[in-house]
Design a protein around this ligand. Structure first.
Ligand SMILES: Cc1ncc(COP(=O)(O)O)c(C=O)c1O
Length: 500
């Protein structure tokens, strides 16, 4: 084959080769079933690299003009009965089914993009995160544990594991829970890929689109987003200093017949409050009377800095009424993606089956490493240290807020967990404050993220006090003070003023 090549042309050689053969096929000069020269011989004839010819053949194959048979060569295809697909180009319309997704929700709430502030400030401080201080992750310990587990278990650590999770880890979790007054056996534990997955599994098993689900208002935005994505009717129940207002529940139960109640009884996200013991008892009794399943999310129950642990709802459950969910994300590291749930009865078996159809099983290797980490006592030591460190940080942030932020701000001291929930003085809105704060180099989670309607949360902000040491907390609250002053004085935002 003689293919004229222009080595001065800006068109790459492989495209010149492809173009020549394309014309030959389309004009009928190269007949269907014709075997093209091998890439080696054509490359030799043309004095080009073999990869150049292979790239030309690959392009023709992607256009449906030739096909290659392994070990045999590349052949011209008969003209296709199908009209060729348009080439991908920027701005080309999506296929219809994609356009339908765009047109029909349910869309999931998007939180404001706090990464912006990283670009605008050389040394940003974020109080917006939902986990502890990642500088405290026990990276080196975990590396050693992973290595020793690989040595100990070899191939079996890398096979699929049991559907319900690695049996020794389930036993360890059951022991830890039993020591906290929640009597469960390992046959009641399901290991999941974090509590977000537990919430999704429970929703899949118990709910269908249109069902009513009760949530605390405000509540964890990830749960709101999940319930919204599943097309559920979300109904908020107010929270006060003693947690979910159980008194207002009975009327709702009679009116809307909810299929689930989702609650975070300990150090609630975002308010930091704990549900009082009497309310816990009252809630269990109502759930029993109204045939209402309870989903208890205990995401940071072990991060308590003072006071006594309160009984979990699950420990008050005479059996089968509460599904208890917890995680290693907040007390250890979120990237492990390991959490667990405790349940019994038919719902447990159904949850195990749904876990399997969702992702077969959670990483066997990581479960084994975690089991070893907990069993040798490292986890407990890590928790104790975290509590000591975080308690000081909570105190530091409470002090700085009282010292530096304007009067009229309302906060109450959380006894544990990660967050201080702050109400701004009359007239100030957190969503208006956020861009000023970001410009000053400090971020927080605006209250609207945690309410069903964004207006309701406008006076609130959530500050994570665990993420930084006291010096950084001081710096961050000082920046917040400046941002509030600028907002109150009606100073223009710099980026708005510059038209950026
Ligand atoms: C209350 C609550 N539940 C569940 C989760 C999900 O955690 P994970 O899936 O990492 O266990 C979070 C994370 O922020 C949370 O705050």
């Amino acid at each position: 084959v003689h293919i004229p090549l222009d080595r001065q042309s800006p068109a790459p050689l492989y495209q010149q080769i492809a173009s020549f053969i394309r014309q030959g096929i389309q004009s009928g000069h190269l007949a269907p079933e014709l075997r093209l020269p091998s890439s080696r011989s054509l490359a030799k004839d043309l004095g080009v690299n073999r990869i150049t010819v292979e790239a030309a053949y690959a392009e023709l194959e992607s256009e449906g003009l030739v096909f290659s048979k392994v070990g045999s060569g590349t052949y011209v295809l008969p003209p296709s009965q199908f009209s060729p697909l348009p080439k991908a180009s920027p701005g080309a319309p999506w296929p219809l089914w994609q356009q339908e997704i765009q047109a029909n929700g349910p869309d999931v709430n998007k939180s404001p993009d706090l990464r912006l502030h990283e670009k605008r400030h050389p040394d940003p401080i974020s109080f917006a995160s939902g986990v502890g201080d990642y500088h405290r992750f026990p990276v080196e310990d975990f590396r050693k544990i992973l290595q020793s587990v690989m040595r100990r278990d070899g191939i079996s650590a890398l096979e699929y594991g049991e559907d319900s999770g690695y049996a020794p880890l389930r036993a360890t979790v059951a022991n830890v829970l039993s020591s906290q007054g929640l009597q469960v056996g390992s046959e009641n534990i399901l290991i999941t890929a974090g509590s977000q997955q537990s919430l999704a599994l429970v929703s899949q098993v118990l709910l269908k689109p249109g069902d009513a689900v009760l949530v605390e208002e405000p509540t964890y935005s990830g749960a709101l987003n999940l319930f919204q994505a599943l097309g559920l009717k979300i109904i908020g129940v107010p929270v006060d200093q003693r947690g979910l207002q159980v008194d207002s529940l009975e009327k709702l139960l009679q009116q809307v017949h909810p299929r689930l109640l989702y609650t975070i009884p300990n150090f609630q996200n975002p308010t930091g409050t704990c549900m009082s013991s009497p309310r816990r008892l009252q809630l269990i009794s109502l759930a029993d009377r109204y045939n209402l399943p309870i989903l208890e999310d205990d995401y940071v129950g072990d991060l308590r800095y003072e006071g006594h642990a309160l009984p979990s709802l699950k420990s008050l459950d005479p059996g089968g009424r509460v599904i208890y969910v917890s995680t290693f994300s907040k007390m250890l590291m979120p990237g492990l993606r390991v959490g667990f749930l405790a349940a019994e009865g038919p719902v447990y078996d159904r949850l195990v089956a749904y876990k399997r159809v969702n992702d077969l099983t959670t990483s066997n290797l990581i479960q084994r490493a975690l089991e070893a980490y907990v069993t040798v006592g490292r986890y407990q030591v890590h928790l104790q240290r975290s509590c000591q460190v975080y308690r000081k940080r909570r105190d530091a942030m409470m002090d700085e807020i009282e010292r530096l932020l304007p009067e009229g701000i309302q906060i109450s001291q959380p006894q544990g967990g990660l967050f201080i929930w702050l109400r701004l003085p009359e007239g100030l809105r957190a969503d208006e404050l956020l861009p000023y704060a970001i410009e000053e180099g400090v971020a927080f989670a605006p209250g609207s993220n945690f309410f069903l309607g964004s207006e309701a949360g406008s006076a609130f902000m959530r500050l994570n006090f665990t993420a930084h040491p006291p010096e950084t907390i001081h710096k961050g609250i000082k920046r917040l003070q400046k941002a509030i002053k600028r907002l109150e004085a009606g100073v223009n935002l710099e980026h708005a003023a510059n038209g950026r």
